[in-house]
Design a binder for this molecule. Sequence first.
Ligand code: TRP
Length: 409
Amino acid sequence: MATEESTKAMEDVKIGDAAKEQDDIVDPWNVQSSSETGVDYDKLIKRFGSSKIDDALIQRIEKATGKPVHHFLRRGIFFSHRDMYALIEMYEKKQPFYLYTGRGPSSDAMHLGHLVPFIMTKWLQDTFDVPLVIQLTDDEKYLWKDLTDEEAHRLSYENAKDIIACGFDEEKTFIFSDFDYMGGEFYKTICRIQRRVTNNQAWGIFGFNGESNIGKNSFPAIQAAPSFSSSFPHIFNGRTNVPCLIPCAIDQDPYFRMTRDVAPRLGYPKPALIHSKFFPALQGPKTKMSASEPNSSIFLTDTAKSIKNKVNKYAFSGGRDTTEEHRKYGGNCDVDVSFQYLRFFLEDDEKLEKIRQDYTSGELLTGFLKKELIEILQKITSEHQERRAKVTEEVVKRFMTPRKLKFDF
Ligand code: TRP
């Protein structure tokens, strides 16, 4: 039964509040900021009630793993968390966790922004040596978008190839399509969640209304369920209390606020989370890269030539109008899209810092940043394309078959 208190907590942050308060809009369906520099993430942490990933936490993670953290953590690209300290403490006491992330397969073409959570997840899997489940929500995309169930299901398998090409360990990774995996303990877990969330709560959190199809109402429980190890008896030997860590973009947090709210009432541990910032559109940090806006995106299938063209033509510049002015006043890294992308993909800290200083002082022009970026992106996409070409139907099938993973719980 929902207690008074938990109901309140669940509805603390409502879709639509942001618009009322003229804040940035950040929910699973929309991301829009009115500021030149994009979403105010510190404000978002306050609004959502999560915690900042600060130096203390980073040092704590490094101490527990004995390795330097990934530059996504170091550079604040993953900037917010829930319950990471508790998770690390348990890990040190030899109580391992599992990783859960997902993707809504709405298009064949995945873009650079889609890689971000998977790159982080791969690093976490390698560093903590733990199992991973990846949910492909073909059901969600069927309920929300204008595509057939067959098409959504097919896209799950296409996207699985791109995900596998990120390098996940086959022995420790289970990828599943909701359409295929529905049933058994997964479905029981879903129903346990559904019984504990009212329409009022779902409408409050997700902005559904009387016009929404009833599938939407039930979907949040489907995204919540993989946070509980009861959904995967073949992996966890029937254990229902294995802790879970979810790397995701911050817009997915509403699902997991709901999940964390129901967890204690089911006797399950609340999942821990780390949240990423958005990957900016080529046109600038006000919106995120979106597959439905081809000119806003660099796709993983783009050729070297089209990457060069897109970056040169569309990447928003933080430089001045004339070279003379630029040399005098310097460029603005906070809005320069090339610099922002280099923060995601240029691993060398020293080189990045030198570029930042020299662009800010006016010594470097936007053209230089674009050139650096083009080379890096061409390398990333061509390597990705090579790895993806090796992912056969056979490999996909193995990753997507429910089975025991190489890990003892
Ligand atoms: N709803 C997500 C999307 O549309 C997909 C998803 C399902 C997901 N489970 C997840 C994302 C867990 C992050 C973590 O992309």
